[in-house]
Ligand binder design. Sequence first.
Ligand code: PBG
Length: 346
Amino acid sequence: MLRRPRRNRRTSAIRGMIRETHLSVDNLVQPLFLVEEMNVREEVKSLPGNYRLCLNEALKEIEACLKLGIHNFILFPAIPEKYKDKTATYSYRDDNFYLQHAKEIRYHFPEICMISDIAMDPYSVDGHDGLVRDGKVLNDETLPILTRMALAQADAGFDLLGPSDMMDGRVGAIRTALDEAGFIDTGIMAYTAKYASAFYGPFRDALDSAPKAGDKKTYQMDPANQREALIEAELDIQEGADFIMVKPALNYLDVISLLKNNTETPVAAYHVSGECAMLLAAAEKGWLNLDRAVEETLTCIKRAGADVLITYFAKHYAQLAKKQVLQGMIHEPKPTVRQRSNIFNK
Ligand code: PBG
């Protein structure tokens, strides 16, 4: 045999030299769920290790993440039923706790990247991302609501706004409104290829935001489609998106790769709640090693082409990196140093 690929896998040092993908904590975004009341740190049952947090607990959590090198956070609100209505008016009200918490977080941690969520679902009695009339999710009538939400969030100090609603034209509407109001530095991380997925379950548990009737298939993409993601990417980029996102991540690695290879805009991947819950559940049963599975999963999402990874394992990964127990690092397995005969001892 003239060629033996195994030669390049023989030692940790050689494997390190030719490793193509290096995941860094810089690439990671940690999601946080916020609640209005004080003194709350309540675990999400379907997503162990993740909590609904009051403002104080969120500040503590961010501080802990910063110590581990995580600088990027995406915030979601758990909205009490009493604030919900047809048109999501609470989403941009001055006394909205999500906006107030964000301002506090901004004040305490000016250096972090703080990402928002724009969609009507947590604020809507219908639980849909857009305005519902006669059982239909309306597109153009939703845009002004999303725009008001965007302006309120920009004002609260978010660095990047995350329209996750999949309405047509929303990136352009939001960009125009932001610029007109002078928020030229507030960016948009568009949920470009967001699929109608079964893997959002634990998230909807955490926020109590599941649709009251029907599903999201008239606005979120069909999991069977790949090329349609190019149309969405083209539109979002034309309309001013600073990041384009694929969501979920693992069943959609081909879509991540497609967008990476056909655009110049940074690609984010959202490793969603259900995908993380699968690993946690299997690990709880002792069916796989969580640390190894997390490292492999995140590395492979990056290999597919994601520049940014939003994952509930951001902190977990950062802890592994700090302990230097990652397989993709030179530290493992420890190279054995051969005992040398010392010629000066003779
Ligand atoms: C809301 C939104 C959802 C997620 C992020 N923003 C749920 C949905 O569209 O139903 C899912 C995130 C996750 O599952 O981790 N528009």
